[in-house]
Design a protein. Structure first.
Length: 269
C-alpha cells in the first residue's frame, strides 16, 4: 500500500514536504503509521511536477530504488520550484514487477496521476474486462502491468469520450465504471487517487469495501501558507482534515476547495 503526496498553491521546493517535515514522505517510506497493508514502501518512488512558464506538460523523475537510497533526489527536490507537484513511494502488490514502467506518477494529456490502492486479484478479475472497455488509443498507451495504470487509462478514456467533463467528473465516472465491474466480477478494490493538470488537483478516498486507505488535506497552514497539501498521512502536527470515506476533493486554489460525496462511484454535488 503506497503513500501519496500532493501540493497545489504558491510555488515552493518539493524538499519542503519530501524531506523537511517530521513525518515526511521519506519517513513514510520506511516508517508509515497508517498503512492498511504492507510494512514498507521500498519498491521505488516518483516525483511529478509542473512548470507552466516553461511547458504545460509535466516533468517526471522516477527510480526503482527505495527513496532513501537515491542520491540525486535531495538535490533535485531543492532545485525544483513548483506550484503543483505530486510524490509517491511504492509498496508493490505481488506479483507485480518492480520496474520503471510500473512506477508512478503516470502522465498523459498534460495530466499527472498517482494511485494508492489495489484491485484484488487484478490479473484474474478485472484485467481483461478493463482492457476490453478501452478505446484502441487508450489501450495502446498502457506500457506496464499495474492495476494503477489501467485505472489511469480508464480515466483518460472517459475524458476522450466526454471531453467536456471536469477532472472531478471524469474521475468520478471512472470510479463508477470500476465499481460496476468489481460487482460484476465479484472482486474489490481501493482507489485513493491524485489527478492534476497543473492548474487544479482532484483527490479521492474511495473503496468498495473496508478498510479504506487514509487520506488527509491541509490548506493555508503556517507550515505552508497559500497552499494545499494532500497526503496519505499527516506530515507534521497541524489541523489536518481527514477526507471522509467515499469522497472526492476538488481543489482549484487554497481558497477554492470543494468536498463531494461519492455514492457507488457517482459524484453527488
Amino acid at each position: 500500500m503506497c503513500r501519496l503526496l500532493g501540493y497545489l498553491g504558491k510555488p515552493l521546493q518539493p524538499e519542503q514536504l519530501i524531506y523537511q517535515p517530521d513525518h515526511s514522505l521519506i519517513v513514510q517510506s520506511y516508517q508509515p503509521q497508517q498503512m492498511t497493508a504492507g510494512l514498507l514502501n521500498a519498491d521505488g518512488f516518483g516525483l511529478g511536477w509542473f512548470d507552466q512558464a516553461l511547458d504545460p506538460q509535466p516533468y517526471l523523475y522516477k527510480n526503482i530504488l527505495p527513496i532513501w537510497s537515491d542520491i540525486n533526489l535531495p538535490h533535485l527536490s531543492r532545485y525544483i520550484h513548483s506550484g503543483c507537484f505530486v510524490g509517491y513511494v511504492r509498496s508493490a502488490t505481488p506479483p507485480l514487477v518492480v520496474d520503471l514502467t510500473n512506477c508512478q506518477p503516470f502522465t498523459e494529456q498534460k495530466l499527472l496521476f498517482v494511485h494508492n490502492g489495489f484491485i484484488h486479484n487484478f490479473r484474474t478479475t478485472l484485467y481483461r474486462p478493463l482492457r476490453n472497455l478501452l478505446s484502441d488509443q487508450s489501450y495502446q498507451q498502457i506500457h506496464g502491468t499495474t492495476d494503477s495504470e489501467h485505472i489511469f487509462a480508464l480515466i483518460l478514456d472517459t475524458i476522450r469520450r466526454s471531453p467536456d467533463l471536469t477532472l472531478a467528473q471524469a474521475l468520478a465516472a471512472a470510479l463508477r465504471i470500476l465499481t460496476d465491474l468489481a460487482q460484476q466480477f465479484n472482486t474489490y478494490f481501493s482507489a485513493n487517487i491524485l489527478l492534476s493538470d497543473g492548474k487544479q488537483m482532484v483527490a479521492c478516498r474511495y473503496a468498495n469495501r473496508e478498510p479504506e486507505p487514509t487520506l488527509y488535506w491541509l490548506a493555508n497552514s503556517e507550515h505552508c501558507p497559500d497552499g494545499v497539501i494532500i497526503a496519505s498521512e499527516p506530515l507534521f502536527e497541524d489541523q489536518w482534515q481527514a477526507c471522509p470515506v467515499q469522497s472526492l476533493l476538488e481543489i482549484h486554489s487554497p481558497d477554492q476547495i470543494q468536498l463531494h460525496r461519492l455514492t457507488n462511484g457517482s459524484l453527488v454535488i
